[in-house]
Design a protein around this ligand. Sequence first.
Ligand code: NDP
Length: 603
Amino acid sequence: MTTESPAPPGRIDTAALRQRYRAERDKRLRPDGNDQYLRLTGELAYYLDDPYTPRTERAPLTDHRTVVCIGGGFAGLVVGARLREAGVDVRIVEKGGDFGGTWYWNRYPGAMCDTAAMVYVPLLEETGHMPTEKYVHGPEILAHCRRIGEQFGLYDDALFHTEVSGLRWDESESRWLIETNRGDRLTAQFVVLGAGLLHVPKLPGIPGLTSFRGHTFHTSRWDYDYTGGDATGARMDKLSDKRVGIIGTGATAVQCVPHLATAARELYVFQRTPSSVDVRNNHPIDPDWFAEIATPGWQQRWLENFTHNQTGQPATEDLVQDGWTEIARRMWGKIATLPAEHRNPAGMLAVLEESDFEKMEEIRARTDEVVLDPDTAQKLKAWYRQLCKRPCFHDEYLQSFNLRNTHLVDTDGKGVERITETGVVVAGQEYELDCIIYASGFEVGTPFTRRSGFDLTGRGGQALSSYWADGMRSLHGIHVHGFPNVFVVQPFQGANLISNVPHNIVDSAKTITTIVRHTLDRGFGAVEVTKDAEAAWLELLATGPGGTIGGPDCTPGYYNNEGQELGANQWLPRGYPYGASAYFSYIDTWRRAGAFEGLEFSR
Ligand code: NDP
């Protein structure tokens, strides 16, 4: 097995690699799965406080809107914008102090998007905004969210720092009654659920966590008052005399560690599982180039091209050319060389594994090239397949470990042992700290109603939590039987395109707007998916690959439900069996046909 440099294709000791991957996974498997994490309630609730916008008092509201969108991130903004364009009055209810969703909360230094801006940032064409970089930074995305809010008049009616606490379908009036934590009693004919996928921060259940006497916060509530600096990357000058520990080495830590490393007196990075960190190669976008390519319909063309290159046989042109499309290019390049007799599922899987092994060998070799201390380099290597965990791309993360003040504390897959009043303990050794930052991620795999913070009571008093007790049930991931006039905005049971969630959202917004307009124009009161159509859709989904992204052989993480079997209360993370591109084309035809097969409209 090679560790120092990538082995030439065909020279990788695949048996040894498989064994190593299994051993690394087994080290990390734990019986408590998702239960290892702490819910931020009770004495931990202060971790959720909004450090960015002061909350203003207001009187409770009791009024009616045609549509209420819950969530003011990309989902609420894009659906809201499309509805406004279609002349529908819409109100957004948002728990944060402004629009932005994930980009409102995640203002940690270095925050940026790993998916190319041309396809990730929605409504670029409509707003005329040119991204400044191939991969844009968080503040630019947050500003864009505000731009959408302003351009489409979504601020006029928005309720910020407001959390929905309950939703009940009023059968006699064909409308939803919506209660909030601000005492509002709103009504709406339609409700859009767009709370997002990764929005409930979680903490690791490390013994002694609450005993720490120093300063502490979660990365999604960055405390610039304590650290100094700001979200644009200004140096965190208040850390120059501080010993800082960061727990977690996922995509968030990979982006903020370089900033902490240059600011803190000492930085300790507590690692349970290393991320795979490939090159970033970011660059500014050239306005002349942009002016040339930004012809009418350009963003839709880019979206389709990216999705196609990534999930289907690559097209001749790869507009985005990033790490995601490279995975597909590499795989299809190999398939093209397969002799005809090996072009079967087993042959394809072997090719997939081989190209993954090669890629990961390259990534591990890069660690050796960049990190000067061989022991540290060894510990920073990821021993799993690239899509087992969220792949990361960064040009300064690994380099940070060459700084004298930056220390990798590898826990050999075990995680932090204990937290004391004064620091963090790993393998019996205490690291004294002034501040602990939790880069420990967000709830995934917990029930939808727990993450959203409310339940829905639909037709006949049915609760969504009980309807989905054995997993999500929907048509197209949008419509749920028994819950008329509700639209869910998320990728599962639709395109299931995880690498570019906004593409799912942009497309759902078209569907929702078309259906709302149709319902209103024909004078209907309600629209609902039939039981049969929902069942038939689920049956179709069951013919394709489903389950978790990484699969059970992967090292545990939120991609594979922490290595646990998917059971009750889990989303059913399946997509259209023929792939994301095929789904977008199918749904476009479904929308255009105008019959909205599977939906029932009533007065
Ligand atoms: P993650 O869930 O990816 O990472 C959490 C980290 O905490 C992991 O390294 C985990 O280790 C570690 N951890 C958990 N418990 C312990 C413990 N007891 N001791 C030590 N370490 C522990 O969260 P992130 O916030 O990094 O990322 C969440 C997601 O947000 C990403 O996967 C990505 O989808 C998204 N994101 C997207 C970005 C973008 O570019 N668009 C940028 C940043 C984030 P282990 O791996 O062993 O579980």
